[in-house]
Design a protein around this ligand. Structure first.
Ligand code: FAD
Length: 581
């Protein structure tokens, strides 16, 4: 991905379903009752919708059990890469009843192949219908209708943002996909006071939010590397980029959500009101509700960005500098890094967008055959700060131990900087290289184990070459809110390591899908056998035991929330965590 390393994931699949799953559900259901009673006082309810008020506790406990049993009985659900191109007739009567709903938007029953596709380009599950909503009511009445049909309809619902998932997470096999982007274009409401924020639709693209916010001199604080993703899609995962060391991920920068639960109820939630749902939905993989509105925290937007790259030959020096920068006050505004394996003419390629500080020395630097670590940093500024920003940068750089001849600088507008990956996208699209399979693997590695990880992975598993950018940078856990559903390693600092591979469709060699998937599996196996305490970001698993291990001590709370907000397991079936009967 050219000059702009992006992000993300992969799989290992063992389609097994152990008995312990049922036991865990039974166990959690007993604590479930107590938890609901303690955590959901009447005063916290949304009076209009009365989410919990009308639901019987007994039914919820039963549903928790049913969810567990279903998972055990339906091992086939977890088979990898099922390709479906036609819908069965089993759900046709259920779908027919949906057609009778009065909608502001429309329900499409044909030509829905696009909803069976995502950026990963490896999983294709055809839905029975795609809803193109024009109102929140379209979404709530559709979900409610399916909920009221009960467990026997078999219909599930996947909210689809921009479809940039990698393993079918936004797909619904013979179910209903909700095209959240159909809600785009709804007016964004800006609040420009002392604590600025904007209310946006869950289907809004971050690039559109940036454009609109800049008109008010404002911008969100925390980003992803690529902005053609929706608010609902990234908030369901986390939303991590080079600003997260300071501001936390995107899920740490949300004040309020409007959510349609798996019962079809529309609930407003904040840190104080319906907080259980608020935190559950953030990083909740779409399991508890569909985000229809989010209130995003804003800050004054800078005009310009100094964008800097420097190289290291030694991982220890590189990571020491990264860790120093993320814990320094008045540090850079963006801190990332990436690994470069055996690249020819690397610095020459950079010259198209960056200027070497020392052109002569830079031209003599040879990257061939080497594994290098690139620190990528940025400092924001406004025109009137031009002189002082250079002094600040010089001072920060003087504390680092990079290879002096490899200092490259660039100056771009804030918009250009944030939208940098889109430039790569356009180039790759032109060459037909955007819509290839993307077996991405995204990991969070605790700081204490990052050296073991680096030695094994960059020293052995990937010592010759890589099939795409490899991002690596540290994050401060203190910027994460432990009450969200997102799972992180149990240390104060952890690294995001993202293998952003592209597979060449016709290749059976090193550039082929099989080879990359095997490498990914080796990396995952190493993490497991070396007990690194790694957590997947944008996680993907094929058995519920793996999901349980992923969530660790958060698993019971996750199951409890599922049984509360989506008791029939209608929502987000593409993650394959729970199975609708
Ligand atoms: P989709 O793929 O459409 O959906 C993702 C999941 O969210 C699905 O489970 C879906 O059902 C659910 N969902 C979608 N909308 C809603 C909603 N409104 N309410 C509830 N659930 C919903 N991630 C980062 O953190 N940092 C990055 O820098 C980054 N860069 C990326 C670059 C590229 C090129 C790509 C392809 C992905 C990148 N990602 C990054 C990953 C990205 O954040 C996730 O894949 C995200 O889910 C994609 O958003 P989307 O709108 O396409 O969601």
């Amino acid at each position: 991905m050219g000059s702009c390393p992006l992000l993300l994931f992969l799989v290992h699949r063992k389609p097994l379903y152990p008995l312990s799953v049922t036991l865990s559900f039974s166990h959690s259901s007993s604590s479930l009752r107590k938890h609901i009673l303690e955590k959901q006082p009447e005063g916290n309810m949304n009076p209009r919708h009365g989410l919990l008020k009308h639901s019987s506790l007994v039914i919820r406990v039963l549903m928790a059990l049913i969810l567990g049993c279903n998972i055990n009985r339906n091992n086939h659900f977890f088979q990898p890469i099922a390709i479906s191109t036609v819908s069965s007739s089993s759900g046709s009567s259920a779908i027919a009843s949906l057609e009778a709903l009065r909608l502001d938007g429309r329900l499409s029953l044909e030509n829905n192949q696009h909803a069976a596709k995502d950026f990963g380009n490896r999983y294709h599950f055809l839905p029975a219908a795609v809803l193109h909503p024009k109102s929140i009511t379209d979404i709530s009445s559709t979900v409610k209708h399916i909920f009221e049909m009960g467990p026997t309809s078999g219909l599930t619902i996947a909210a689809r943002g921009h479809g940039h998932s990698l393993e079918g997470q936004a797909q619904a096999h013979e179910g209903v996909v909700i095209n959240m982007e159909a809600l785009q274009g709804q007016v964004m409401h800006f609040h420009t006071g002392e604590v600025p924020y904007v209310d946006v639709s869950g289907g809004e693209l971050w690039i559109n939010i940036l454009h609109e916010s800049l008109k008010h001199g404002l911008a969100p604080k925390s980003w992803t590397d690529y902005l053609h993703l929706t608010v609902g899609g990234t908030l369901s995962n986390g939303g991590i980029s080079g600003q997260a060391f300071r501001h936390g991920p995107q899920i740490s920068n949300v004040y309020q959500l409007e959510v349609v639960t798996g019962r079809g109820e529309v609930v407003r939630c904040t840190k104080k009101q319906n907080a259980d749902l608020f935190y559950g939905v953030l990083g909740g993989l779409g399991q508890f509700g569909i985000i229809t509105m989010a209130r995003i925290s804003l800050e004054p937007a800078p005009q310009m960005v100094k964008w800097i790259r420097v190289l290291y030959l030694d991982f220890n020096t590189f990571s020491t500098d990264q860790e120093h920068l993320i814990s320094t006050k008045n540090s850079f505004d963006y801190i990332e890094g990436f690994v470069l394996i055996n690249r020819t003419g690397l610095l020459n390629n950079w010259r198209s967008s960056f200027n070497p500080k020392d052109p002569l020395q830079a031209s003599q630097f040879n990257s061939e055959g080497k594994t290098l670590f690139c620190l990528e940093i940025a400092k924001y500024f406004n025109q009137e700060e031009y002189r002082t920003v250079n002094q600040k940068i010089d001072s920060l750089l003087s504390e680092l131990n990079y290879i002096q001849s490899t200092l490259f600088l660039s100056e771009v507008s804030y918009m250009e900087f944030l939208n940098r990956v889109h430039v790569s996208e356009l180039k790759l699209r032109e060459k037909g290289l955007w819509e290839v399979p993307h077996p991405w693997l995204n990991l969070l590695i605790p700081k204490s184990k990052i050296h073991d990880f680096s030695q094994e992975v960059f020293g052995k598993i990937l010592s010759d070459t890589s099939n795409g950018p490899i991002l690596i940078y540290p994050l401060n856990k203190s910027r994460w809110d432990g009450r969200t559903s997102m799972v992180t390693p149990a240390e104060d600092i952890f690294y995001l390591v993202a293998f952003l591979s592209s597979a060449m469709p016709s290749s059976t060699g090193q550039e082929g899908l099989e080879h990359i998937v095997t490498q990914n599996r080796r990396i995952l196996e190493f993490c497991e056998t070396a007990h690194l305490g790694m957590k997947q970001y944008l996680p993907h698993y094929s058995s519920q035991d793996q999901w349980k291990a992923h969530f660790g001590n958060q698993w019971e709370a996750f199951v409890l929330k599922k049984s509360t907000y989506d008791p029939l397991a209608i929502l987000a079936p593409g993650h394959r965590i729970f199975k609708k009967k």
